[in-house]
Design a protein around this ligand. Sequence first.
Ligand SMILES: Nc1ncnc2c1ncn2[C@@H]1O[C@H](COP(=O)(O)OP(=O)(O)O)[C@@H](O)[C@H]1O
Ligand SMILES: [Mg+2]
Length: 340
Amino acid sequence: MKKLRVLAMMHADLVPPDDISGLTDTEVAPYKTEFDVVSTLRELGHHVRPLGVLSDLGVIREAIADWEPDIVFNLLEEFDGIATYDQHVVSYLELLRAPYTGCGPRGLMLSRDKALAKQILSYHRIQVPDFAVFPRHRAIRRPRRLHFPLFVKSLVEEASLGISRASIVENDEQLAERVRFIHQRIGTDAIAEQYIEGREVYVGIMGDQRLKVFPTWELLFTKMPEGAPRIATRKAKWDFAYQKKWGIISKEALDLPPGMENLIPRIAKRIYRSLGLDGYARMDMRLSEDGQVYVLEANPNPQLAYGEDFAESAEKAGVDYAALLQRIINLGLRRGARPA
Ligand SMILES: Nc1ncnc2c1ncn2[C@@H]1O[C@H](COP(=O)(O)OP(=O)(O)O)[C@@H](O)[C@H]1O
Ligand SMILES: [Mg+2]
């Protein structure tokens, strides 16, 4: 295998130390993905240079001009603290003619806005929860077609930011309160969706012309009392103690209803193509109790830490972590510096 010069682009606060021995899981958690990617690519023999980016494009331009990497490994999820600017940084890489890993600006933009993505998916007859957008600085009025219970979240944020038990609302008063919470505390427009009760599954997928779909993964709450809503709140995703308390784990989805084993990967591929995704992605879906598949969102460049859902489901399909990162690089190199 050819040894490459890989510029690993990441948030400046998340540039990992070379050695994490002696550190606790909690200490490593913030930069675990960055550490796993950099150390594994080095184990593969690549020459890896981590590049911390905060609010200055100049550092990217200089690193590319001075060091001439074969590829930029994109681990950046925001620019200057603004999550929606990630797509602009990727556009900048394209303008510099620098090959990079993961999704291009078009796919990032189309999937970021949870309403726009749903509009495109429903055009392609992919089932999504009914929804309405509640922009900031406007009266909060529920369209009559939208029935309770509803689920309120940020239109564009990720990682379950602003999601808790209170995201499920049962009446207009609770709806208005939660929409205001998103406007004020998260600082973005809000979307309210039909609340889908049921199993929560994640589907990893990668490729360009040919797509590889990994086994369907399921989020389980093994110690949650009967009747308590099972949703991937901020705490469920990131708080180790909370995960332990409620037995929150994820693993291959077993005993799917008849037909779903084939249907889910087919839907994942259709989402990937409909939203112009490339590189790698993870689709979040819910299987309702009446046997329907609903798409919650598409995540281009999903969380890539070793042992997390995407990498675990790849491993189950026979693609170990090092091989997964190498494939991600190969896809980036194959696309090259030209726009799709
Ligand atoms: N319409 C919905 N019905 C039921 N649960 C939902 C719905 N939308 C979101 N959730 C819950 O909230 C979690 C986070 O929502 P998601 O849209 O995936 O946003 P994020 O980008 O923060 O991951 C989901 O994993 C799911 O548990
Ligand atoms: Mg999600």
